[in-house]
Design a binder for this molecule. Structure first.
Ligand code: CIZ
Length: 322
């Protein structure tokens, strides 16, 4: 790690954050796509489903969410009595911006018998128009759980919706939205990576395009990819088709295995905004508080709860600090 431009050595910054965290009775959550130093700082690292479950259950008064806005909003929807902080206000999600509540209402009018399944990468207002949320970790199961005969309106990732439709054989009305980072991965890039590392297994995220997923040995969310990689024997190598932030944890948890990014362009700029200095400022100044208007929250909570209840006994254990 290098020192930051404000000249505070990283070691000191980490110590100061620890003191502030104690004072504020805070917990720090980091998404699997966050920069390595933020993942290492966090109390818990995970995907949005795992982190939202921790947010719902933690006894901490303050949640510092090192991720993007929709994740902090979900934490606030689940725990409105807690102070939820997003250290950088501009950390948004392009995929979430593909759907507005108004557009969802219009689509519901066009498809009145459809069950609205919304990817958790969405605004609170869109969740409020939703029957049940899903994440990439449970999209297939959630779509499968919809009553037979009812079509699914899948908001707002086309590729994930397409993948869930293919896996379940269900009628799914797809939304025209995507994660620009995952959608950037081409069959050409994967073929190039395979040529470079011919022995490697290809792990892919379901936000990648359908023709790219065809080339995968395994398709899963970040938690699914982490689990799958752990199950493979030492000496295995992997080409990883998701945001490069995951490589840090994969390598840390699997020192006997090799991981290569499927493309050097798999970088989400929004996930790379938060620095250690931002986390310190966030705790120091109680910034930036993320909250959701009460009426929106009430309706969005139903959709998030429907997902969490569906998880039921199959809910993942909280991720251990790695
Ligand atoms: O659900 C999430 O957290 C995202 C955005 C990706 C993943 O697979 O973990």
């Amino acid at each position: 790690m290098t020192d930051l431009p404000n000249d505070i050595p990283v070691k000191d910054l980490i110590e100061q954050i620890a003191v502030l965290k104690k004072e504020r009775e805070a917990v720090i959550l980091a998404h699997n796509y966050q920069p390595p130093e933020i993942q290492d700082l966090a109390d818990y690292t995970g995907d949005s489903l795992e982190l939202s479950m921790i947010a719902a259950k933690t006894a901490a008064k303050t949640i510092v969410f090192c991720g993007v806005r929709f994740m902090a909003e979900t934490a606030s929807i689940l725990s409105p009595e807690k102070t939820v902080l997003l250290p950088v206000l501009e950390a948004g999600c392009t995929l979430a911006d593909y759907a507005t509540a108004e557009e969802v209402r219009e689509m519901k009018k066009k498809h009145p018998d459809a069950v609205v399944v919304t990817y958790v990468n969405s605004s609170a207002e869109v969740k409020a128009e939703t029957d049940i949320c899903c994440t990439s970790a449970n999209a297939v199961e959630i779509v499968r759980s919809v009553a037979p005969g009812r079509p699914v309106l899948f908001v707002s990732d086309y590729n994930l919706g397409h993948y869930a439709a293919k896996k379940t054989g269900r009628e799914v009305i797809l939304w025209s939205g995507c994660c620009p980072t995952h959608a950037l991965l081409s069959t050409f890039a994967v073929a190039k990576a395979r040529k470079k590392w011919p022995e490697a297994k290809v792990l892919m995220h379901p936000e990648c395009k359908p023709e790219v997923l065809e080339l995968a040995d395994f398709v899963g969310s970040t938690s699914g990819i982490l689990r799958h990689a752990k199950e493979q024997p030492d000496g295995t190598s992997f080409i990883v088709g998701t945001e490069v932030g995951i490589l840090h944890r994969l390598q840390k948890e699997n020192p006997g295995k090799a991981f290569h990014a499927a493309s050097d362009f798999l970088i989400c700029p929004m996930m790379k905004m938060i620095t250690l200095a931002d986390v310190k400022a966030s705790l120091e100044k109680t910034q930036f508080v993320i909250s959701v208007a009460a009426d929106v929250r009430k309706r969005a909570l139903k959709a998030v709860h429907a997902m969490l209840q569906y998880q039921g006994a199959a809910a993942p254990q909280f991720p251990q600090k790695v």
